[in-house]
Design a protein around this ligand. Structure first.
Ligand code: ADP
Ligand code: MG
Length: 276
């Protein structure tokens, strides 16, 4: 494991509050994150099929996908999470899904494997009353043939419900492609969008993460928070990186407060320009 940074004891923290790893414990449910969670959970539990969450880079898609995965597993759903879905062939994607569902009973051909998966989904849904979920992160990297493959899986259904529930997380560029891929986009039951945070939400997010990390007195002053917001243009990932660098800088100066001038100094060192 990596060595803990020296500022932890200086600030009386139990763990790092501002790492960029997609740890769902650190996800602050902004109004948009909350809505995205509600929509995806609804589509999956009502077995309606497909939900897509869009958002630019750094808006919390990967973190949210990990949180959903955990929640679905806790609900007792059989859940697969694909973090890097740019498979070269549909057969590889199919085999990965079967493996993730712990049902690696591949057939001799692609078609035979697909039949097995279909049987499995049908048996699980109708006899075991199980819910099966496929979560795909970085869905903008799915090749057209893979989208077509997923569309096929969405065709599997009984009279009442889909056999496989799907949640895709994607950068906004997929929206344009989907406009042309009508066959696929017609199957989207709900869409959700993640956006950059407002100033209020940025503050709440940083404070929330500080508390989760065991922090007591929050070190950022109001103008320090505003500076973080200005330099990051509201992008959560940039805020987290900047906030982390500020903790280190404050520690090196043996200074417990992080104000606007310290944030500006750190941003300059990091070559983060003010968004104009
Ligand atoms: N709502 C949020 N609450 C807390 N941290 C967030 C939030 N949104 C994004 N982050 C943080 O920003 C960074 C990037 O998030 P990530 O989920 O990787 O975004 P994306 O996948 O959309 O690029 C991570 O450190 C993540 O924890
Ligand atoms: Mg991501």
């Amino acid at each position: 494991m990596a060595k803990e940074p020296a500022y932890l004891s200086f600030f009386n923290l139990k763990e790092e509050p501002f790492t960029t790893s997609p740890n769902p414990r650190f996800l602050y449910a902004s109004p948009l994150h909350h809505v995205a969670l509600q929509k995806t959970r609804y589509v999956v539990s009502a077995k309606k099929g497909l939900c897509v969450v869009f958002g630019d880079t750094g808006t919390g898609k990967t973190t949210l996908s990990r949180l959903l995965y955990q929640q679905f597993v806790d609900d007792g759903f059989t859940t697969a999470l694909l973090t890097n879905p740019s498979y070269p062939t549909a057969n590889q994607l199919l085999r990965t899904i079967m493996q993730e569902f712990e049902y690696p009973r591949f057939g001799r051909s692609y078609k035979a494997s697909l039949d097995r998966l279909k049987e499995f989904l049908y048996q699980q849904t109708t006899q075991e009353k199980n819910t099966l979920v496929l979560i795909v992160d970085e869905a903008q990297t799915l090749k057209p043939a893979m989208l077509e493959f997923l569309r096929q899986l969405l065709n599997y259904e009984t009279n009442e419900q889909k056999l496989l529930q799907m949640v895709l997380f994607s950068q906004n560029e997929l929206r344009v492609r989907l406009r042309r891929a009508k066959n696929f986009s017609n199957r989207i039951v709900l869409k959700a969008s993640l956006e950059n945070l407002s100033l209020t939400d940025s503050r709440e997010m940083l404070e929330f993460r500080w508390t989760v990390a065991g922090g007591k007195k929050f070190p950022f002053t109001s103008d320090g928070l505003e500076a973080i917001f200005d330099y990051s243009a509201g992008v959560p990932r940039t805020q987290v990186i900047l906030a982390d660098n500020c903790l280190l800088a404050a520690f090196l100066k043996k200074q417990k407060q992080i104000n606007q001038s310290l944030v500006a100094e750190v941003a300059k060192d990091q070559e983060i320009e003010l968004a104009t």
